[in-house]
Design a protein around this ligand. Structure first.
Ligand code: ADP
Length: 505
């Protein structure tokens, strides 16, 4: 095992990275964890695709490598490497290819499998071009899950990677990247065929990137301890729980941190008035500003509930939609929603807002500055997720003094403890069953407690003074990296896990 005092060389691969491209929490993590690892003294670098929307001028990107041939399918395609920076000095290598990335969006193209295989292959080959040998390839979600698979197949005997271990982080098991046999050819691993597992029969004739990351990585983790436990069960396992149970000795949970420099009400440039725990009375200016922006009545006394989210079933919007009418009719409350996602939710919430114009406002866009204004201007933050690998919204909300109202699952359960008015313990309002009445009751409890200003003030301060930084979790990742290096020595064979290659491919 390595000397644990030596700095590690880490390449973190992700499909989205703040501030360059973001659709969700993955980008926050990929943009903030490296800064924390760097602060611990490690040589960490990041790789991502250079999407067309990432401006060379705005981010002052420089050419790191001239275009070189990257194997893909039966031939090669050229990739250049542009270099940007996060924080003071974390290099971000962006794989540049007009063919694959010069498009309007990030995801949802018919050739997504090929686009991310290409990204990964270019990132791996780039290391050889640069002659930079990382100790750790830290892969995130299905887009980069092919890398651990390659390290145990086509690169298994490559001396360049002889000392390199892989870590695979699952941010959301629900997005697995499932494709047909053809992607094995594109990835250059068709000779190995499908992977058979006796307990996941319906996945044996497809290529499921997520399951390959889980099977081949030296160490696997999810983004909260609770979710790492939950996904071992059929309820949360998204059909991969048998494989996860086989690999449970390598599966860990590490809670995400948030970027406390970017997410800081004392310095946030997007909010009306900056504040911190020492001058909390200034905060209400942000509420009034938000009410103006949302075209709601400007009232300091009414509890204002905020929600910022992908509009997907995972996030509990079916529960919200079931109670929103009674909520609007029975409670003196305001609700501001910012989100994009499934069209039926866009239709539903537009309709609800038009029926409750003085109580409800919806912004159906992706708007980071507005998100900050909602965190700073709301009294409560709603996150009734069906499942939640970690969840960042509730932590950002607490840092800004908005009290979370959540369903107790995954990372929400790990970060939000239900307020107990008798003992004064807790930092938010949490309910257990995935049930509209339970959500309604939690909101009623929150609005009742909101009336007791002294107690509410304490709740806000508890959230604002909690440590949601990466300090603790970045150290846990370092431990995980050493564990991966140690595990790599004990090579596993697929057969040990009751898996076999398909006979005919
Ligand atoms: P997930 O990754 O499942 O979408 P998280 O809670 O982990 O959920 O992270 C969501 C992140 O994306 C948070 O930083 C949140 O503020 C941000 N976000 C979500 N929707 C929007 C939106 N419409 N506009 C701006 N930011 C958003």
């Amino acid at each position: 095992m390595m000397n644990t005092n030596e700095p590690l060389k880490i390449l973190l691969l992700a499909a989205e990275v703040v501030p360059f491209a973001k659709t969700g929490g993955l980008a926050d993590v990929a943009g903030s964890l490296p800064k924390a690892l760097k602060a611990l003294g490690h040589d960490v670098r990041v790789a991502m695709p250079r999407y067309g929307r990432i401006s060379v001028e705005k981010f002052n990107l420089k050419e790191a490598l001239a275009p070189f041939p990257v194997p893909i399918d039966e031939g090669t395609e050229p990739a250049g490497i542009l270099q940007g920076t996060i924080g003071q000095d974390v290099p971000v290598y962006m794989v540049d290819s007009a063919k694959y990335y010069d498009r309007e969006g990030i995801y949802m193209y018919p050739d997504d499998a090929e686009r991310f295989i290409f990204f990964c292959r270019a990132a791996v080959e780039m290391l050889k071009q640069m002659d930079w040998r990382p100790d750790i390839l830290h892969c995130h979600d299905w887009h980069t899950a092919i890398v651990p698979n390659w390290m145990k197949t086509i690169y298994a005997d490559d001396p360049f990677f002889a000392q390199t271990a892989t870590v695979y982080t699952i941010h959301n098991l629900a997005y697995q990247g499932i494709f047909g046999y053809r992607v094995l050819e594109i990835a250059g691993i068709d000779e190995y065929g499908f992977i058979m597992h006796p307990d996941t029969a319906d996945l044996n004739e497809v290529v499921d990137f997520m399951s390959r990351g889980i099977l081949f990585a030296d160490v696997i983790n999810t983004v909260s301890e609770r979710y790492a436990q939950e996904i071992l069960t059929p309820e949360f396992g998204e059909r991969l729980d048998p494989i996860l149970r086989d690999r449970r000795d390598r599966l860990f949970g590490i809670l995400n941190g948030i970027d406390v420099e970017l997410m800081n009400p004392a310095t946030d440039p997007y909010i009306a008035v900056n504040y911190d725990v020492h001058n909390l009375m200034r905060r209400h200016e942000n509420k009034l500003a938000l009410q103006r922006e949302a075209k709601l009545p400007e009232r300091a006394d009414v509890p204002l509930v905020g929600a910022i989210s992908r509009l997907a079933d995972q996030k509990g919007f079916d529960l919200i939609s079931q109670i929103i009418d009674p909520l609007m009719n029975n409670l003196d409350i305001q609700f501001v929603l910012l989100g994009t996602g499934e069209q039926h939710y866009h239709d539903l919430f537009s309709d609800l807002a038009s029926r409750h114009p003085d109580k409800m406002a919806v912004f159906l866009t992706f708007n980071a500055p507005l998100a900050q204004r909602i965190y700073a201007g709301s009294d409560m933050f709603l996150m009734p997720s069906r499942f939640e690998p970690c969840g960042l919204g509730q932590m950002i909300a607490m840092r800004y003094g908005s009290v979370p109202v959540v369903r107790s699952t995954g990372g929400l359960a790990d970060t939000v403890k239900d307020f107990n008015p008798t003992t004064g313990e807790g930092n938010g309002f949490a309910f257990e069953p995935y049930d509209a009445m339970a959500l309604y009751t939690a909101l009623v409890r929150a609005t009742e407690n909101y009336k007791h200003k002294g107690e509410w003030h304490k709740l806000m301060l508890r959230g604002m003074t909690a440590d949601f930084s990466w300090n603790a979790s970045a150290r846990k990742y370092v431990d995980l990296y050493y564990r991966a290096l140690a595990t790599k020595g004990k090579e596993h064979r697929l057969e040990e896990y009751e898996l076999k290659r398909s006979e005919d491919g």
